[in-house]
Design a protein around this ligand. Structure first.
Ligand code: HEC
Length: 281
């Protein structure tokens, strides 16, 4: 996988084509194509440095480690994750990540990708939620981030397409929209305070605007290497970070609140190509 990407780099650097992303395109190609269509966008074009790093994104190595973990027989039940159903059937990874959150009949719940991965590690492999393989959620060294990066990458270049067929899927997406715009907390912030206007900045950083899908696809393209933190970070880590900036109480992973916010923000990027993995500030 990595070899294929590295071989593709020289071609990517000289590519001028503006065709729709093929599944074989690298995240760098998906992003450069998005940039070529949005040349004047301040948020998208703010970091030439990140773009330069992208072909050698450390997240690609994280994904490689994730692939090995995915296929390895692990846990008390000694089985691999190849039997895990991420919504498109057991073991089907291609396109699964961009269709989440989605409703799962076996749990009667709308689940984010992270919740589903935990579910499979617990039910399929027999891990306890307290085992470090499941409990450690953050950092490139964690099993969770390795697996997440590998699985997410199988949706690189595909359009965000979270499911909105089941009534529970719609309800959570709508709840997420309410939360996005509801001002509360000690600072009386809502998400739109910082993401409700195009070109808004905090110091030098241009923030993404929720109603600009081309910006928003980059905003929600996690996992991503956060260059400043030298680690691959997840969707949940990002939401939690923004809630922390708002001085809200800590968000609980797997809670309906987390699922609702992630459902709404994925819907806001609908149809736009996912950059997986991405690099960020
Ligand atoms: C106080 C301002 C502020 C509020 C309020 C805020 N954010 Fe953010 N948000 C930021 C900053 C700053 C970044 C990081 C931008 C950077 O690193 O360049 C960010 C990043 C993001 C990103 C990823 C985009 C990127 O470039 O890294 C998403 C998605 C996001 N926020 C969603 C939300 C959601 C959902 C809420 C409400 C729960 C929210 N934000 C509330 C300031 C805010």
């Amino acid at each position: 996988m990595l070899k294929k990407i590295l071989l593709a780099i020289p071609a990517a650097m000289f590519a001028v084509s503006v065709q729709a992303a093929e599944p074989s395109d690298s995240p760098y190609e998906v992003l450069t194509e998005l940039l070529s269509k949005n040349k004047d966008d301040l948020y998208l074009n703010q970091s030439q440095q990140n773009l330069m790093i992208m072909p050698d994104d450390p997240a690609l190595f994280t994904a490689e480690e994730g692939e090995a973990l995915f296929k390895e027989k692990r846990g008390p039940k000694n089985v691999s994750l190849e039997g895990c159903d991420f919504g498109k059937g057991p073991g089907v990874l291609k396109g699964a990540y961009v269709e989440m959150p989605r409703y799962f009949a076996d749990t009667d719940k709308v689940m984010t990708f992270e919740s589903r991965l935990v579910h499979c590690m617990v039910t399929l492999q027999g891990f306890d939620k307290k085992d470090k393989q499941v409990k450690k959620r953050h950092g490139s060294g964690s099993d969770m981030m390795k697996l997440t990066t590998y699985i997410a990458m199988q949706s690189n270049g595909m359009p965000w397409n979270s499911r909105l067929d089941h009534p529970k899927e719609k309800a959570l997406r709508d709840a997420g929209e309410v939360m996005f715009y509801r001002r509360s907390g000690p600072m009386d912030f809502n998400c739109a305070t910082c993401h409700g206007q195009e070109g808004k900045r905090i110091r030098a950083s241009v923030l993404p605007y929720i109603n600009n899908p081309a910006e928003w696809t980059k905003a929600v393209s996690w996992p991503a290497t956060r260059v400043g933190q030298n680690n691959v970070r997840s969707t949940f880590h990002r939401v939690r970070g923004c809630l922390y900036q708002m001085r809200y109480p800590n968000l609980k992973q797997g809670s309906e609140t987390a699922t609702a916010l992630i459902s709404f923000w994925t819907d806001a990027a609908r149809g736009q190509p996912a950059i997986l993995p991405d690099t960020k500030r």
